[in-house]
Write a protein of this length. Structure first.
Length: 347
């Protein structure tokens, strides 16, 4: 059981350190942690945000715990050398096609939600977003038309196998929760979405225990605010998922608490907090490490099937919050290490 630890830039190393302490405290037999350089930190040491040595570590690991990448002082570099390329490179090299983002309001933190009080406590959902296809990767370009007007285009496309594998990821995720899957598309106007919907229905035959529903993306955006408690697992394409997952995470209102997973076929995955490198607070010991600690819990659950240990971590985080120990992002005053200590004490 080999876990690659890529801490990265900004607050990445600070929050990752606490998540590593939590993993080590569980004393899981055979667990091995291997560190590697990514992002701006890797560029400074090796001249590339995703060095070959890091890729080798990633390929030899069963899962990756990832901090954050981003460094404004490297903005002058050509795009291929910028820190953010590390994430894109890892996704591509490792076939990470499914992005999972849970959004839950923790007890006692309902007031941080941007939702109305009567619905904010009810949000507990998981968005499964396709990562490798859609309008981001279709043919694109700009040109000047004969009459002199400029035109830009990006082709939205999905092949059925691309939809099928994210469908399976969605149905499996729903099986592990309440057994309800909502597929979000725009099948009333988009051909891509009609294919998406058809494939979802085909795949649903293999999961008779999961109830599949469909929703147009505009309605889904509205329902996320109006009645978020109605959702359990949402499966959607790259573009819609990009927007809806940010919307859902801000509905619960706590950037320092939300974890994510990017999964490949099989059990391999990369696990990271949804927040970025937060250069404004980096190096000050102020960052909330809970999102990264919860990412480590997702890692144990998805990549190793260690449900019990994952649940222990989640319970320790919830107990820490319930005891009023909160980071600055939640209006509290606890620092990075203090929060790590508190979670460890409740493990
Ligand atoms: P990226 O482009 O890498 O996504 P971003 O510009 O979206 O980055 P973040 O790095 O996510 O920004 O930070 C957004 C704000 O939230 C910043 O003010 C930052 O200080 C704060 N923040 C982010 N993560 C944390 C954390 N773990 N604890 C406390 N505050 C945080
Ligand atoms: Mg961001």
């Amino acid at each position: 059981m080999r876990i690659a630890v890529f801490a990265g830039d900004g607050i990445g190393p600070e929050v990752t350190e606490q998540a590593v302490r939590v993993l080590q405290a569980l004393e899981i037999e055979g667990m091995e942690l291997v560190e590697g350089d990514v992002g701006g930190a890797a560029y400074r040491r090796h001249g590339h945000p995703l060095p070959e040595a890091t890729l080798d570590i990633a390929r030899s690991a069963d899962a990756i715990l990832f901090g954050a990448v981003g460094d404004f002082s490297l903005d002058h570099l050509e795009r291929a050398l910028r820190p953010e390329q590390a994430v894109l490179g890892l996704r591509k090299e490792l076939g990470l096609f499914a992005n999972l983002r849970p959004a839950t309001v923790f007890k006692g933190l309902e007031d941080l939600s941007t939702l109305r009080p009567e619905v904010s406590g009810k949000i507990d959902l998981l968005i499964v977003r396709e990562l490798n296809g859609d309008v981001y990767f279709g043919e694109k370009g700009t040109r000047t038309l004969e009459d002199g007007r400029r035109q830009g285009w990006d082709m939205m496309s999905y092949a059925e196998d691309e939809v099928r594998r994210i469908a399976h990821a969605g149905f499996k995720a729903a099986q592990g929760r309440s057994g309800r899957l909502c597929s979000v598309d725009k099948a009333n106007v988009l051909e891509t979405s009609q294919l998406w919907r058809d494939v979802m229905i085909e795949v649903s035959k293999e999961y008779p225990d999961v109830e599949l529903t469909h929703m147009y993306v505009d309605n889904a955006a509205m329902q996320l605010v109006k009645n978020p408690g109605a959702f359990d697992v949402i499966v959607t394409g790259n573009l819609f998922g990009d927007i809806l997952s940010d919307q859902a995470s801000m509905c619960v209102g706590s950037i320092g608490l939300l974890a994510s997973a990017s999964l490949a076929e099989g059990k391999f995955g990369l696990y990271e907090p949804i927040h970025g490198s937060a250069p404004d607070i980096a190096g000050k010991g102020l960052a909330n490490p809970m999102a990264t600690i919860l990412s480590a819990a997702m890692l144990l659950r998805h990549s190793f099937g260690l449900e019990e240990q994952a649940a222990r971590i989640e319970a320790a985080v919830a107990a820490t919050l319930a005891d009023g120990i909160k980071g600055g992002d939640l209006g509290g005053s606890a620092g990075t290490k203090e929060i790590g200590d508190a979670v460890l004490a409740r493990l």
